[in-house]
Design a binder for this molecule. Sequence first.
Ligand code: ZN
Length: 416
Amino acid sequence: MKNSFDEREAKEFVKRYSSLPEVLAIRLYTSRLIGKDPALVLHGGGNTSAKLKTKDILGEEHDVLYVKGSGANLATLEPEGMTGLELQELQKLRSLQDLPDEEMENQLRIHKIDFRSPDPSVEALLHAFLPHRYVDHTHAENILILSNQKRGKEFLEEALGPGIGILPYRHSGFPLARAVIELYEDNPHLKAIVLMNHGIFTFAEEADLSYGKMIEYVGRAGAFIQKKIEGKALFTPGASEIVSGNISPAHILLTAARVTSTIRGLCAHEDSGRRLRRFYTELRANPEMIQISLSREAAHLCHSGVLTPDHISWTKNQALYIESVPEEDESLKRRLQELIDLYRSDYDRYFETHTATHETQLERLDPYPRVFLVAGLGLIALGLTRRAARIAADIAERTFQAKLRSQALGEYLPID
Ligand code: ZN
């Protein structure tokens, strides 16, 4: 991992954003450094914050937490993507025994200092409770590889060294924010906190130090993984005639066209407003994805769940594996129909099971898969926009690779 903090660039940011307080200008700079590194952040995952004093319209000074707003991207973060919140009001919430998600959302909205700002991240309270001026949070792949492990805690302790807090998985929101601050207050020497199956938080009084810790710990995790899996085969290769290139690229393209058009047809549906929705598709037929799609591990990779819950909104929890592509169009359609129907009923059952005990009504999404792994062809991702399809493909591609490394290390174990 490379620490890209550059004093000269940081000063340029302060100059370019001279209308902002310096703390915020530097916050934008290191947020972008984090956002630009795909090993740290993929498509909007992760968030950062800064605490500072600002004056209101009456000239009175207040402590304000600026935290990344939802929908903003760290790589291209602008001041409008940061939401200012009344820090002391949020810190008071800590004394509550419980704060349901809906009320937390309400509190985050009513304590904005500018009504036009986007809604802040669901992790905003965690940023508010930690006392440090700068807090950085990512779902870095190397941390996820280690924390989605049967022996995850042990591996993390060995890889990252002393001074790291490790918390078991908890749903993001008030309980997680409270668990983090309680852990920190009991152990004020902590330099970073890892949330199992979720990601890592670093914090400091200076932006370069908080960013530097992020790079250092994610780098240590990477070096540990590399050392442990060195020389190990990541998967067991399958059907050699395709892997060896005996099947022409033209044939692969033709197959891709048949499979994607069939999938698009079978997954077209009416949404709740009776609008016809058709998915965009994104194909990743590079040699590595083709090899993975033919490997003995392919089906398990599809069924073993996401690296971090944040990915579910793009990829759903499971991918759909297509073990072979029939030559006949009718048989292809029939086989895909069976698999998609099964996926849909599984998804509906999953929704029913996990919302049965929920107090509030949750929104049921469409039950269609977002990621297909097709033997001999590679990966096909779906999205209701071209961008969503591309994001799902990026995440799924890196997830397959990360899960293979995780398997080589021990036993991949995501949240259930
Ligand atoms: Zn997170």
